[in-house]
Write a protein that binds this ligand. Structure first.
Ligand SMILES: Nc1ncnc2c1ncn2[C@@H]1O[C@H](COP(=O)(O)OP(=O)(O)OP(=O)(O)O)[C@@H](O)[C@H]1O
Ligand SMILES: [Mg+2]
Length: 271
């Protein structure tokens, strides 16, 4: 990537269990294979996901950063797949809503990483909690994960609606996951597109990937190995690699006033 600053993008959804964490992890693997430097921030703070999908057990996580003065190097956990993770804690209810001070601390951490990264992938929780909205606002791009289930469509619409109407977020990328075939994936995207166009006007939605429902994904989840590594020629792995190629063409938005830190700070103090 030519820019100096990393591209921060979220992998998000309205509905839970649509495949965000698996997509984030496998996108990270695929971006590494394209020569990119990647870290995943597990922003599902009270219900860590990323380390579980990878079968890793980091000793320190964001909870320690906030409560025990751990530093970035204490919590940044290298994976065997060439990217690092900033792990979340599990079962810590006080992590469910970040305070402004904690957001600032996180900002410092991200700032420290700035020169060493091409991509910071933020794996969010499901829904429209404060944290989910915050991370989606702070990201420069949002990858909304959708499945052909009707509830996934209505929940994705709800997330986009809140981000647009309450927070002025207008650009979304969409990936349809667990697609039975290309046509149903395009149909579900089209329904989301029409709802947003009709009721929210001014929202840009771009279908950037279709990942098929694939038994290789479930097997890899059980084995705790990313499917792009465990089954690199499976249909899901091929689709994610294609998606990564697409992502690698996204440009870091020009920020007139400076870098990510500035942007996140502005966001913090606007709230
Ligand atoms: N393309 C796919 N084909 C088949 N199964 C899939 C696919 N993608 C995800 N799954 C299944 O869906 C499950 C949930 O995936 P994942 O944990 O990534 O979802 P999530 O959106 O991160 O969930 P949460 O909202 O709880 O964080 C996986 O354990 C896997 O079994
Ligand atoms: Mg998850």
């Amino acid at each position: 990537m030519s820019g100096t600053f990393p591209l921060v993008f979220s992998v998000t959804s309205g509905k839970g269990g649509v495949g965000k964490t698996n997509l984030a992890v496998n996108l990270a693997c695929s971006l590494v294979q394209l020569g990119k430097r990647v870290t995943i921030l597990d922003s599902d703070l009270g219900l860590a996901n990323v380390d579980v999908v990878l079968g890793l057990t980091p000793q320190k996580n964001l909870f320690h950063l906030f409560h025990e003065e751990a530093s970035l190097s204490d919590i940044l956990f290298p994976t065997p797949y060439g990217f690092s993770i900033l792990p979340a804690s599990s079962g810590m209810s006080e992590m469910l809503a970040l305070s402004t001070g904690q957001k600032l601390e996180l900002l410092e951490v991200v700032d420290e990483l700035e020169d060493e990264l091409d991509y910071l992938i933020v794996d969010t929780g499901a829904g429209i909690s404060d944290n989910v909205l915050y991370f989606n606002m702070a990201a420069q791009e949002r990858l909304v994960v959708l499945t052909p289930e009707p509830t996934s469509l209505t929940d994705a619409y709800a997330l986009i609606k809140v981000l647009k109407l309450n927070h002025g977020v207008e650009r979304f990328r969409v990936c349809v996951n667990m697609a039975p075939d290309q046509k149903s994936a395009k149909d579900i995207f089209q329904r989301l597109y029409q709802a947003c166009d009709h009721f929210l006007g001014g929202v840009s939605l771009d279908l950037v990937g279709i990942v098929p429902r694939d038994t290789a994904v479930r097997k890899a989840v059980v084995d705790q190995i990313p499917f792009t590594c465990a089954a690199p020629t499976s249909p899901a792995a091929r689709a994610v690699k294609q998606l990564a190629t697409n992502v690698s063409q996204w440009k870091v938005p020009e920020m007139l006033d400076g870098n990510i830190k500035f942007f996140w700070k502005k966001l913090l103090f606007r709230q």
